[in-house]
Write a protein that binds this ligand. Structure first.
Ligand code: BES
Ligand code: ZN
Length: 611
């Protein structure tokens, strides 16, 4: 066995699959998918083929032509990687697997009608990054692999589906088409419909995505449409918020080269979506919290759009090179923001990121290896490791290179990098080789090894320099001296200015001053979730118990991990906080059902570290 990825059972001595054809029956009554996958190899193969799976039960493995059974075995589950499924092939170039997912499949969240905004129909969606695709269908679940896919989705008639793929048809179920995976009585039952999709470009499995519910859409431009639950006001608000998306795509193309994915559609998910955004190709998934009514949600869209080049075209080979995805994308996002919103705004984002990076150094002070850009992740769960380091240290590294060689040269370099490696999965070493080959002598100017393999923040990293940024940081420092900013000082502030201000306040401040700040500016009730959460975090860590009600409402309303992590952590961290710890336990017990399985695990792990 020659592993290619510490998070996968994929064996490099075996061929990589090139295509998977999925037949999926969405069974809302049992919160599971019953289906099959035809996994195709580039050539015929004899011997073992090992796939990843998690919480999937396999009912048969067959030769797709003769339907005769093939021998297979699976061993016990690894807590991080899941269960390896090994099929023995004999001159086969494809294998048919019949399976069903379980209600605990980590990628899938099944929402009851009561958990949706229309309250009349159920909803289901996936979140596959980093290693959850294996809980939807068996696959070589490593970004070192790239597959094309087709999918036939059977769902209840009032619902429709979207995928990270192009939709071909919506039609009645046809007898026999799902045999032998799904019983005819289910597949062709009255009130069911089939939608077909195809993704003809090779993508890493973590970019597989599906959502189904009562979904409506509005066109935003020639290749962009926004989708959301219909029957809610989210769709209208989203259409307004994202009106500028086509312009952003054009800006991206000017900076990074052609947009290769044909369509750039957006799906706004129910509030339990665990991330801000997920760059599923052709169909970005977004939290509804990005809709703020003031066009700042554009930053998250700029980020997910930027992944169309960095991440989706060029993909990190394993999660150990995750900074190649997120560091490049954070850099690219800020370049897009600079064009569409101006340099001041981009500098604010850099400043918020800088502060986030410094905080991560504190979080990992006993585990400094996780402050490296290239990390060792054997035995490490990527969801637990998730941090700002790959984003912000990665950004800083690229920004440092830009400063060294100048923007024009760096832009040419980026375009060439993308054109050279598109549709490939690469590691950090490949990037460094390419950098040295194309920027001769760079290794004598920048300590590349320190940046990639060193811990902490290198001395040539940089805080942004801008008037607004400096002003906000110094106002935050004056808070310690008892100063609350005056109305005229904050008159021009939007969400990100407040976020930067709050992030720069000390962690523990006088509770009466916290309350005074809120009394003046209403931060605990801000419509901007970044502001609200930054404030509530400060309130908890400063011991302002009067805000516990607002904290509880917040974590029961939105399941985005960016908010759950700091709020639950602030509640349970530290000694002598029994009351807070019990409160956190009770809130979680009541909110658990509302959270996506990935978010449930992350909150549980916060508890296990601090309780
Ligand atoms: N790809 C990430 C989300 C992700 C990372 C999912 C790791 C699973 C594992 C996405 O592009 C992202 O970074 N989202 C950010 C947006 C922000 C940086 C603008 C988020 O969710 O907050
Ligand atoms: Zn990202």
């Amino acid at each position: 066995m020659a592993p290619v990825d510490p998070h996968s059972f994929t064996d490099s001595l075996q061929p990589f699959a090139t295509h998977v054809a999925l037949t999926l029956f969405l069974d809302f009554s049992s919160s599971s998918i019953i289906g099959s996958a035809v996994i195709s190899l580039p050539t015929s193969h004899s011997g073992p083929l090992t796939l990843d799976s998690r919480a999937i039960s396999i009912s048969a493995v067959l030769d797709p032509v003769s339907l005769s059974p093939l021998p297979y075995s699976s061993s016990s589950a690894d807590p991080i990687k899941g269960t390896p499924l090994t099929v023995t092939l004999n001159h086969h170039s494809a294998v048919l697997i019949l399976f069903s997912t379980s209600p605990t499949s980590s990628a899938l969240q099944w929402l009851s009608p009561a958990q949706t905004s229309s309250r009349t129909h159920p909803f289901v969606f996936t979140q596959c990054q980093s290693i959850h695709a294996r809980s939807v269908f068996p696959c070589q679940d490593t970004p070192a692999a790239r597959i094309r896919y087709s999918a036939r989705i059977n769902l209840p008639l009032p619902l429709s589906a979207v995928m990270s793929a192009s939709k071909l048809t919506r039609r009645n179920p046809a007898a026999g088409e799902a045999a032998p995976a799904v019983p005819e009585s289910l597949w062709c039952a009255p009130g069911r419909v089939v939608e077909e999709f195809t993704m003809d470009q090779p993508i890493p499995p973590y970019l597989f995505a599906l959502a189904a519910g009562e979904i409506g859409g509005r066109d935003l431009g020639p290749r962009t449409r926004v989708y959301a639950e219909s029957g809610s006001d989210v769709l209208d608000a989203a259409a307004k918020e994202f009106a500028g998306v086509e312009e952003m795509v054009r800006v991206g193309e000017a900076l990074f080269g052609p947009y290769e994915w044909e369509r750039f559609d957006l799906l706004v998910l129910p509030p339990s979506f665990p991330y801000g955004g997920m760059e599923n190709p052709r169909m970005v998934f977004l939290t509804p919290t990005v809709i703020k009514g003031d066009a700042t949600g554009a930053q998250v869209v700029a980020h997910e759009l930027a992944h169309s080049w960095t991440g989706n075209l060029i993909t990190n080979k394993t999660n150990e090179d995750f900074w190649l995805n997120e560091g490049f994308t954070t850099y690219a996002e800020r370049r897009i923001v600079e064009v569409v919103q101006g340099k001041e705004q981009a500098d604010l984002n850099i400043g918020i990121g800088w502060k986030g990076l410094i905080e991560e150094m504190d979080r990992f002070k006993d585990n400094m290896q996780f402050t490296k850009l290239k990390t060792k992740q054997e035995g490490v769960d990527p969801d637990e490791l998730y941090s700002q380091v790959p984003y912000e240290k990665g950004f800083q590294f690229l920004w440092r290179i830009e400063r060294q060689i100048g923007r024009l040269a760096f832009d040419d370099f980026l375009k060439k990098y993308i054109a050279t490696f598109k549709f490939q999965s690469i590691d950090t070493e490949t990037f460094l080789e390419f950098l040295k080959a194309n920027v001769p002598g760079i290794e004598n100017k920048i300590n590349l090894q320190l940046w990639v393999e060193g811990t902490g923040i290198p001395p040539d990293a940089m805080e942004p320099e801008s008037t607004i940024y400096t002003k906000i940081v110094s106002l935050a420092q004056e808070f310690k001296l008892g100063k609350i900013p005056r109305e005229d000082e904050v008159a021009e502030w939007n969400g990100q200015e407040w976020e930067l201000y709050l992030e720069n306040l000390p962690n523990y401040v006088d509770p009466t001053q916290v309350a005074a700040l809120d009394a003046r500016y209403g931060l605990s009730e801000s419509r901007d979730w970044e502001v609200k959460v930054a404030f509530l975090q400060l309130a908890i860590s400063s011991g302002c118990t009067q805000y516990f009600g607002a904290v509880e409402r917040s974590v029961k309303q939105v399941g985005r991990m960016k908010y759950l992590r700091p709020l639950y952590t602030a509640l349970v961290r530290g000694h002598g906080k029994d009351e807070e710890k019990m409160l956190a336990r009770r809130i979680f017990a009541e909110a658990r059902e509302f959270y996506h399985p990935i978010a449930r695990c992350v909150v549980e792990s916060i508890f296990s570290q601090h309780l």
